[in-house]
Write a protein that binds this ligand. Structure first.
Ligand SMILES: [Zn+2]
Length: 330
């Protein structure tokens, strides 16, 4: 099978071994963000989270569904708040892309169980095991389940920064190839070419994955749909600039890191929120406001609509991130 990645660095092999650890290692990841303060979220909002379907549903469980977006392209949409209870098996969204010479999985999900569920349905749908698994960033809800998804004979691809951050967070390191975080890359799956764009902003290293033939972009956690994003590791100016570049294209379907699939119009408010937070963050820094003071003075503009928030401090986290970037203070 041809599995070349153009512009990739030489393969770097990880330990090839991983230790089984507790299922939920929530702190620091977007799963922790989702788990925190759930009691504060109204049941109707929880039910609505991620519920809007764009493609044809070909598999569904309590925690996720798989939507077919075109021939050989599927999105995995996690529904961790379905029916008012919590289901963290997959937690993050992801994807499956099939070519004549390879099968790409996007993300490793939160738990072995969740990743195994995706792998099982992927094999049923495609008749193949993945030849490539790409992890968009180091947060546990995107990579913690890798041991359940892939065997040691399969490659996992991430950027050097993501790999280092995964190692620092004791996430599973599997044999893999390193993606160049300085230049765009491509994976030729045979009849389908997948573009890999290195970015940053949600974390120090993020990537987006584009399937041009089907006008689908897998955005990782740079994009959240109808949810206030997690700024805990954010470099917010980079996040805004990259989202301005990613979003807004007519005819493109965007698979966010969390929430339902959206098009340019549906995600315009999300981009508007990031831009509004930038203006407010820069104003607050100029006036010497603390993140707490900036938060007290901030309201999401009504025309931008509502964003699901899981606790009281998420806006503050955004201003903490802006403060960190603009004046170097947490
Ligand atoms: Zn994340």
């Amino acid at each position: 099978m041809k599995t070349a990645i153009e512009h990739a660095e030489q393969p770097s092999i990880g330990s090839g071994e991983w230790t089984r650890r507790d299922f939920v290692r929530l702190s620091g990841s977007c799963a922790g963000y989702l788990a925190a303060g759930l009691a504060a979220v109204p049941l109707t909002a929880r039910r609505a989270y991620g519920s809007r379907v764009s493609g044809q549903v070909v598999a569904e469980s309590d925690f996720a569904r798989i939507e077919k977006l075109g021939e050989g392209v599927w999105a995995v949409i996690s529904t961790p708040l379905k029916n008012g209870t919590t289901h963290f098996e997959t937690t993050s969204n992801g994807g499956i892309v099939l070519g004549s010479q390879g099968l790409l999985h996007i993300e490793g999900y939160m738990s072995d169980e969740g990743a195994a569920w995706v792998a099982e349905h992927s094999e049923r749908l495609t008749g193949e095991r993945p030849t490539h698994v790409v992890v968009t960033h180091f947060h546990g809800d995107h990579c913690h389940g890798l041991p359940g998804a892939v065997s040691s004979s399969q490659f996992v691809y991430s950027t050097p920064t993501t790999k280092a951050l995964m190692a620092a967070g004791e996430e599973p390191l599997l044999p893999g190839q390193t993606l160049n975080e300085e230049a765009n890359g491509r994976i030729d799956l045979g009849g389908v070419t997948v573009g890999i764009t290195p970015r940053k902003g949600h974390t120090a290293s993020d990537i987006t994955i584009e399937v041009q033939e089907h006008q689908v972009v897998f955005c990782g956690d740079l994009v959240w749909n109808e949810m206030f994003p997690n700024f805990v590791d954010a470099i917010p100016s980079h996040q805004v600039r990259h989202c301005e570049e990613i979003l807004g294209r007519a005819g493109v379907r965007y698979v966010p890191g969390h929430g339902a699939i959206g098009d340019a119009a549906e995600l315009a408010n999300y981009l508007g929120l990031l831009q509004d937070l930038e203006s407010a963050g820069r104003r607050a820094a100029e006036r010497g406001l603390t993140p707490l003071e900036a938060t007290a003075a901030y309201e999401i503009p009504v025309p931008l609509g509502e964003f699901l928030q899981f606790g009281g401090d998420y806006v503050e986290r955004a201003f903490v991130a802006w403060n960190r970037e603009l004046i170097g203070q947490d």
